[in-house]
Design a protein around this ligand. Structure first.
Ligand SMILES: Cc1cc2nc3c(=O)[nH]c(=O)nc-3n(C[C@H](O)[C@H](O)[C@H](O)COP(=O)(O)OP(=O)(O)OC[C@H]3O[C@@H](n4cnc5c(N)ncnc54)[C@H](O)[C@@H]3O)c2cc1C
Length: 411
């Protein structure tokens, strides 16, 4: 299938919503819109598009590839099949008690980013926080300090496009940190390969684990079940403030959240609104980051236990940052055996094992698919039981046919 620009990627439901196309378009012809039932999507000014292809070059929805050039753990090839490049695995938390308490799990992401600002002299962290004007949505956020980072702690289970802030990184005369989901990190990496002036300014890339991003509609429907009018919302936290914490809504005129739901119930509700493209994503753990962080779910006992994060050093730069942050007491971490990844994140591995079957089903039906190189997708699929293999193909065929995915969206 020939794609003209990222508008075609969105029409074929392949867009991941990272926002890198906004940065890449030399004519400023791409605008992002939040399609409530789906995610943040590019809207291309077709009349002025010269089909130069720059937006497609940075688009992770179109495809991603590993080159596996860096250092590896000894004998890590089996690990790589399921988890991508892994140098070291750690678990632990932010030493700063506020970052730990407010963070999604152990606050490690925010603490590592803070170390980069304060000790490595980086200029800013480009990441995601609540939109000030529409608090049930997200906005790309530029943090320069501990208080900025603290305000943006916690996962926001709704669309975010932090790559629309790449111009900020490029314009700075210092290094910056980029922080995002796996697809955001992929968008950044593709943009770096296109624009050396951006690559020079990226000081560290921290990725979070991700099982897929629920649409804005998910949050709006959840608010409805809690009997909250969106125009009464002053703030939403999806989790954190305890582990795993609560979905908590603060309404106008209130000092503290008046409506709450335990994280597990809220995620159970929201995750049903993840778009089709998220079901095709093999990268649940930010394999292209220098450091990736997720939840140490294997440790979870109670609602209010202090949180722990899992941290993977993916590159030499990531390893150095982790060690520096331990040395300067930003994080308290213990080295752990990599098999912990499967215990903590078995769902992400199970999903990766289904991807080859899902893509195969789409190919049979003539639906365009993204290209994924270096993810060992066939090998992963062959490792799953025959019932799962069959389900991954037949279930996807059913979904594509029932939902009319053989045709592009009209725009
Ligand atoms: C949609 C989604 C799905 C996730 N799925 C999983 C999963 O399956 N398994 C797992 O272990 N972890 C998952 N996470 C990540 C996890 O929730 C934590 O972010 C991670 O454990 C780091 O915790 P922390 O306490 O170190 O992070 P914190 O210190 O609290 O920092 C979190 C950072 O995440 C950034 N962020 C928040 N929401 C978004 C967003 N929508 N897009 C981009 N960046 C964002 C913020 O800017 C903040 O800097 C998911 C997160 C999201 C947003």
């Amino acid at each position: 299938m020939e794609f003209k620009n990222v508008g075609d990627i969105a029409r074929w439901r392949l867009c991941v919503g990272c926002g890198a196309c906004v940065y890449a378009c030399p004519e400023n012809n791409v605008r992002l819109v939040d399609v409530e039932s789906d995610g943040i999507r590019p809207c291309v000014d077709g009349e002025n598009c010269k089909s130069c292809g720059e937006c497609l070059k940075v688009c992770p929805g179109y495809g991603i590839a590993h080159d596996y050039g860096g250092a590896r753990m000894p004998d890590s090839s089996d690990l790589e099949v399921g988890w991508g490049p892994v140098l070291e695995v750690w678990e632990g938390y932010a030493v700063d008690p506020d970052l730990r308490h407010s963070g999604s799990s152990g606050g490690a992401v925010s603490a590592l980013a803070l170390y980069c600002l304060e000790e490595l002299g980086m200029d800013a962290v480009v990441h995601t926080g609540a939109d000030r004007n529409t608090p049930w949505k997200n906005a790309t956020t530029i943090s320069h300090s501990r208080s900025d980072l603290l305000a943006a702690t916690g996962s926001r289970y709704s669309p975010a496009s932090p790559c629309d802030g790449l111009a900020h990184i490029e314009a700075s005369d210092k290094h910056s940190v980029f922080l995002g989901k796996p697809c955001d990190v992929e968008g950044l990496r593709k943009a770096e390969s296109l624009r050396p002036e951006l690559a020079k300014r990226v000081g560290a890339v921290i990725g979070i684990f991700c099982a897929g991003t629920p649409s804005t509609l998910a949050t709006l429907e959840l608010l409805k079940t809690l009997q909250v009018e969106p125009n009464r919302v002053r703030g939403i936290r999806y989790r954190g403030k305890g582990w795993p914490g609560m979905f908590a809504v603060t309404q106008n005129g209130d000092e503290s959240p008046s409506r709450k739901m335990p994280y597990r119930d809220a995620w159970g509700f929201l995750q049903k609104y993840r778009p089709f493209r998220c079901y095709l994503c093999p990268d649940g753990t930010s394999e292209f980051a220098d450091i990736s962080c997720g939840d140490a779910w294997h440790r979870l006992r109670t609602q209010d236990e202090f949180g722990y994060s899992l941290i993977i050093a993916r590159t030499e730069k990531g390893r150095e940052i982790i060690r520096g942050a331990i040395g300067q007491s930003y994080v308290s971490l213990q080295r752990v055996e990599p098999d912990i990844l499967e215990r903590a994140q078995g769902n992400l591995l199970a999903k990766r094992r289904e991807i080859w079957g899902r893509l195969f089903a789409m190919r049979i039906l003539g639906v365009p698919v993204p290209t994924f190189d270096g993810f060992h997708l066939l090998k992963n699929w062959l490792e799953s039981p025959i019932a799962e293999q069959t389900r991954s193909i037949l279930g996807t065929m059913r979904r594509v046919l029932q939902r009319g995915y053989r045709k592009p969206l009209e725009c």
